[in-house]
Design a protein around this ligand. Structure first.
Ligand code: ATP
Ligand code: MG
Length: 366
């Protein structure tokens, strides 16, 4: 019987993998009585695999990424190969298109034809995915506003990823002995882990090392996305230059004092503020643009990514945005040991993508 039970034992642990430009993150969760329970998680800086400082973005060959993935799986003592993996937003092309009112079974063909106009490479070179945005009048929410006239046709979210990119990820995963059942663009992972279903419209800001991703989510659906080609490493690099210190020292200063260094660190505060002001200006422009286009308010800003961990970040963000600003709490979607709650609150923004990916993989289990 023991043999039989082990033969039929259900594998119930899964991994979420997020390979960022500066660090790889993994999360292992398990299903227990309908809940997602955290088993282990870990993060590893990629810089040292390419001879650059921790905290900096690095472009590594697939073998080096594989090495890092294998290392972090070992260090975090993961025990399963079943996983889902996130792909960077920068590897994708996301567009919203309108298609004429056609029967459901023709939607796929019509989307392919329309998408051709927006995708600059032949369609056989990309993986194309799409989802239809539910119409406003179909939302099961009555916000008191007058009914809008029925739109003609359908609005469709189209995501294209170049095959070369997916092939590269496939080889990294296979060489790391991982078995992903899907690849998804990182922002869809975060939406799952940081947004509560509800009527509020949120803007997520993901400040990574290389870039800052901005996206607007309405009733769980992505409505707009934008990349700023500046990330937290740019703060470090400007500190290093302006203060004539090494990149390593600048990174340490950024993380130790952030905006809270006081009068002694006036210059540090100023340089960080200038950098953040630029990002917030861009983010505000994206937000205002959206509000104007759809005549809707964005009710909340949710902060993710390692860059938002900077001390004093939220205080400055609150001044810059005329709306509520909160830290993402993706560990809140998991059952975690209570005595570590402070640690999870602090690590949350960095693990939003990995947790969201793991949650999707968990939901696919029988
Ligand atoms: N406590 C901290 N204070 C300030 N900055 C921090 C802190 N912790 C991490 N960072 C910065 O966050 C960045 C890494 O964030 P994250 O891990 O989200 O990036 P990534 O996912 O690798 O990058 P990307 O999303 O751009 O590909 C680094 O540039 C690092 O310097
Ligand atoms: Mg990232």
């Amino acid at each position: 019987m023991a043999f039989l039970s082990s033969l039929f034992k259900k594998e119930s642990s899964v991994l979420g993998i997020d390979i960022g430009s500066s660090a790889v993150k993994v999360v292992q969760i398990r299903k227990k009585r309908g809940k997602a329970v955290l088993e282990t998680y870990g993060e590893l800086a990629l810089g040292p695999y390419g001879g650059v400082e921790i905290g900096r973005a690095v472009s590594l060959p697939p073998e080096k990424i594989t090495e890092a993935v294998v290392d972090i799986l070992r260090e975090s003592k993961t025990t399963t190969k079943i996983c889902g993996a996130a792909l960077p937003l920068s590897a994708s092309l996301i567009t919203f298109i309108s298609i004429p009112p056609v029967p459901d079974k023709q939607v796929s063909d019509v989307v392919s034809i329309e998408a051709r106009k927006y995708i600059p490479v032949p369609l056989n070179e990309v993986l194309l995915d799409y989802s239809i945005i539910p119409r406003e009048e179909n939302y099961a929410v009555d916000d008191g506003s007058p009914a809008k006239p029925t739109a003609q046709g359908k609005e469709v979210l189209v995501v294209a990823i170049h095959n070369d990119f997916i092939n590269q990820y496939q080889s990294i995963m296979a060489n790391s002995m991982l078995q992903p059942s899907f690849y998804e663009i990182e922002i869809f992972s975060s939406i799952r882990s940081v947004i509560d279903q509800g009527v509020a419209t949120s803007m997520v800001i993901d400040m990574g090392a290389r870039s800052t991703k901005l996206y607007i989510v309405e009733r769980g659906m992505l409505r707009s996305s934008h990349i700023i080609n500046k990330g937290s490493q740019d703060i470090t690099l400007s500190l290093s230059k302006a203060l004539s210190i090494s990149v390593g020292e600048a990174e340490t200063m950024k993380r130790t004092y952030g905006l809270k260094g006081g009068p002694e660190y006036k210059e540090l505060t100023e340089i960080i503020t200038v950098n953040l002001d630029y990002m917030f200006y861009e983010a505000n422009a994206t937000l205002l643009n959206y509000q104007k286009k759809y005549n809707k308010n964005v009710n909340r800003i949710i902060l993710t990514g390692g860059g938002v961990l900077l001390k004093g970040f939220t205080d400055l963000a609150k001044i810059s945005f005329q709306t509520e600003v909160i830290y993402a709490d993706p560990f809140g979607k998991l059952e975690t040991p209570a005595f570590l709650s402070q640690e999870f609150a602090e690590a949350g923004p960095e693990f939003a993508v990995a947790i969201g990916t793991a949650l999707r993989r968990l939901s696919e289990l029988p």
